[in-house]
Design a binder for this molecule. Structure first.
Ligand SMILES: C[S@@+](CC[C@H](N)C(=O)[O-])C[C@H]1O[C@@H](n2cnc3c(N)ncnc32)[C@H](O)[C@@H]1O
Length: 383
């Protein structure tokens, strides 16, 4: 198993909360796609086993025209023996998903999963956070995709938005449930430094729910979705239980994202994309023009770092405090030096006593109380 992530950094406009790398200019898109293809050509032998998942993320990949997206696919998938793809996802925005565009994706590309950035079904929220679509566009996009036969759809929602209360959140979740989709990514709003959101909050122009209300919205999201047919398999990820895999998990867990959480290698191609090969992490330059120029001049376009045992242990802890499977003490014992295992055991004991962790056999998972302070727990277990 291995994954390929492709970053398409174009957005028509920036959402006020966003600090992902993206650009509003559309000039040079062809040059960028050519640079992506070149990077992949250089790197395709880095991973020995066939690539099983492909994820095209952004930015907004659906700002690519039909012609650009066909050109991209016919070049990137040229070397057939490099791929044994089971999941091919594209991040899409509702306003780009016209009938015509969807038909093109279905007929002319191998995409079999859509991840639609909806964020909220409330038109006022959408306006506040700078989205270009309405509630009606979002519902239409999902239904149109379903009518055309796409049967693996995920939507992104954000809770704890300014002025959001439980009633509004519940209404968002009810609409999402009614759409019979296979996956929901529900994120708590993160206020990233220097974003427009950050500045508006600082000036008092937008007000967020208080800490207690934020925890309530987190609990409400989990309670509602788990009572309504979704498996909560990662902090922000919910997969429909309408189809199960052999080991009784939802068959609709995101295979690509799960590889990030399960120590599977992946190549990230494009400006600001990250890669991991079990030993090293590397990240490409963020700037679009610098990326194109460096790829074309065969100059170094990335930085990298080797992961020490301590880095790996800490990453295992961060991921394990987010995923349903939790942390496995026998894995820690067999993979890391004894000092790590000892540290884990002593910290875990005190967290068990405080009812922030619970234990089944060798597996440690966060209690509901623990989930509210997941970062603090991760810091306690880390070295
Ligand atoms: C890479 S982003 C962009 C995807 C898509 N182009 C869009 O605009 O919806 C993927 C998702 O991360 C979430 N996200 C991005 N920034 C966030 C923030 N500051 N707080 C919470 N969620 C965020 C949003 O739900 C978003 O759909």
């Amino acid at each position: 198993m291995s994954g390929l992530y492709i970053h398409i950094p174009y957005c028509k406009q920036r959402c006020i909360y966003c600090d992902f790398y993206s650009s509003a200019t559309r000039e040079g898109k062809k040059e960028y796609i050519d640079a992506l293809i070149k990077e992949f050509e250089h790197r395709k032998d880095e991973i020995k086993e066939p690539i099983t998942t492909l994820y095209i993320g952004g930015g907004t990949p659906t700002t690519l025209t039909k012609k650009e997206i066909s050109y991209f696919f016919s070049n990137i998938l040229k070397d057939k023996e490099k791929f044994n793809l089971s999941e091919i996802t594209i991040e899409a925005n509702p306003e780009n998903l016209s009938q015509d565009y969807l038909e093109h994706l279905i007929k002319n590309t191998p995409i079999n999963r859509l991840s639609i950035g909806i964020q909220s079904f409330d038109n006022k929220d959408l306006e506040t956070i700078g989205r270009k679509h309405s509630k009606e566009d979002a519902i239409r996009a999902v239904k149109q995709a379903q009518d055309l036969g796409i049967n693996n759809i995920s939507i992104d929602l954000i809770y704890n938005l300014p002025q959001m209360d439980n009633e509004k959140l519940l209404s968002n979740l009810e609409i999402a449930k009614g759409l019979n989709i296979q996956h929901i990514s529900a994120y708590s709003l993160m206020v990233e430094e220097n974003t427009a959101l950050d500045k508006l909050i600082e000036k008092g122009k937008l007000i967020l729910p208080n800490e207690e209300e934020q925890i309530e919205q987190y609990d409400l999201t989990i309670d509602y979705l788990t009572k309504n047919g979704f498996e909560h398999y990662e902090t922000s990820s919910f997969a429909s239980l309408s189809k199960l895999s052999k080991n009784k998990e939802s068959a609709f867990r995101s295979k690509h994202n799960s590889s990030y959480w399960n120590n599977v290698p992946y190549i990230g191609v494009g400006a600001s994309a990250h890669s991991y090969n079990l030993e090293e992490r590397r990240w490409n330059v963020s700037d679009l023009n610098e990326y194109i120029e460096k790829i074309n001049k065969n100059e170094p376009y990335y930085e990298k770092e080797s992961l020490s045992i301590k880095d790996r242990y800490n990453e295992y802890i961060i991921v394990g405090t987010r995923i349903k499977e939790g942390l496995d003490s026998s894995y820690i014992e067999s993979t890391f030096a004894q000092s790590f295992s000892k540290h884990f055991q002593s910290q875990a004991q005190s967290l068990l006593k405080d009812k922030l962790l619970e234990k089944t056999n060798n597996n440690y998972t966060l209690t509901k109380e623990g989930e509210h302070i997941a970062n603090t727990i991760a810091l306690k277990l880390m070295k």
